[in-house]
Design a protein around this ligand. Structure first.
Ligand SMILES: C[S@@+](CC[C@H](N)C(=O)[O-])C[C@H]1O[C@@H](n2cnc3c(N)ncnc32)[C@H](O)[C@@H]1O
Length: 351
């Protein structure tokens, strides 16, 4: 049974204390780092895009896995934090951080060899739009590493129980649908069956290479997770892995050189290439074709485009007025909302 695809919904973590949510969960980051290294082992990357950086939990690792690292997110404070941290570490691959909507990336087609997107997919209500855009910026034969939250699993069962206890009438993730929305909490949360995610990934122009999973070790700490990393490739429907890391290859072959990064910018609205743009100093200019403004200051590009039909989900600052940014339907949740997203994410592993 098919369900969901929704509109382009854009969740910005600006103003959301995402770092606090991760305090004390370093073991999960360590485990995920191992999965990323396993998945990408042996895949030399001349340019890697991290799609949805957050505060940079995985960015130092990813910046070390490619000759050139580019990170994008909508949250400018997270991007500045990553810039400062990576610069202080003299991270070898750091080239660019950019404020951008993942549905409208400010790059020409085929600009990246690898795209990694971790813990973003569960906020995506329009998987075709999202995956299609990631496919567009990947060179043929390039790799996508996508983490997602499958349904049903022991993780979503926990979510169902919590929803029941809090009288949230969002339906059950253990139903027969292949995709279900269970948010917003505080951002939209979508969980899909592994079969559905694989189908969406294939439809977007990829072939699935393998899948790795994590999660059972949280419920059973003695679980020999390292030896089971490949288990999800063998048992893709297993309910034991509440987080999956799916590795896919962009169809087509090609090991031709990528355009240089300073020639890889394009308008996120009309896709017109911008021509050569320096990665030093600062610049600001409107797109020559559609006049969308873009600027670059101190290592951070601002090229966020939100079309009129998009919904933007943001967090209102405590005691402040709700923020309204997108021309389309804005959804703003109060940061002091009685729903406790932090507790939810800790338990439900959504963040
Ligand atoms: C749960 S966080 C994950 C961050 C990081 N990958 C990690 O694993 O720690 C999701 C991130 O995706 C970003 N995000 C969600 N939708 C986005 C969109 N359409 N465009 C850009 N960023 C988006 C949010 O701002 C947030 O930083």
């Amino acid at each position: 049974m098919a369900s969901h695809p929704g509109p382009e919904s854009v969740s910005s973590y600006e103003g959301y204390d995402f770092r606090r949510m991760w305090a004390g969960r370093e073991a999960v980051t360590e485990l995920e780092s191992g999965l990323v290294k396993t998945a990408l082992a042996g895949a030399q990357s001349d340019r890697l895009l991290e799609a949805g950086t957050g505060f940079g939990r995985m960015s130092p690792l990813l910046a070390g896995l490619a000759e050139e690292y580019v990170g994008v997110d909508l949250d400018p404070s997270g991007l500045r934090e990553i810039r400062d941290r990576l610069r202080a570490k003299d991270a070898r691959g750091l080239r660019l951080l950019g404020r951008a909507n993942l549905f409208h990336l400010p790059f020409v087609s085929g600009a990246f060899r690898t795209v990694v997107s971790i813990r973003v997919y569960h906020h995506i209500r329009d998987p075709a739009g999202f995956l299609g855009e990631l496919a567009r910026v990947l060179a043929p034969g390039g790799l996508l590493l996508l983490s997602y939250t499958p349904k049903p699993t022991i993780g979503t069962l926990e979510q169902d129980v919590r929803g029941f206890l809090h009288s949230r009438p969002t339906g059950l993730t253990w139903d027969r649908s292949d995709s279900r929305e269970c948010g917003p909490d505080p951002f939209p949360i979508v969980v899909s069956t592994s079969a559905r995610v694989r189908r969406d990934v294939r439809t977007a122009g990829f072939e699935v290479v393998r899948e790795l999973g994590e999660g059972p070790e949280r419920i059973a700490p003695w679980w020999p997770i390292r030896s089971l990393r490949g288990g999800t490739s063998t048992f893709p429907g297993s309910f034991l892995f509440p987080t999956r890391f799916l590795l896919a290859r962009r169809t087509g072959t090609g090991d031709s050189p990528l355009p240089s990064l300073d020639r890889s910018f394009a308008c996120p609205r009309c896709r017109a290439p911008t021509g050569k743009r320096s990665l030093d100093g600062s610049w600001a200019f409107p797109c020559e074709k559609c006049a969308l403004p873009m600027d670059f200051r101190d290592g951070v590009l601002d090229a966020a485009f939100l079309p009129s039909g998009a919904e933007q989900w943001t967090i209102a600052p405590p005691n402040g007025p709700p923020t309204a940014r997108a021309p389309g339907g804005n959804r703003t949740r109060d940061a002091t909302s009685s729903d406790d997203p932090i507790e939810e994410v800790r338990a439900g592993r959504n963040g």
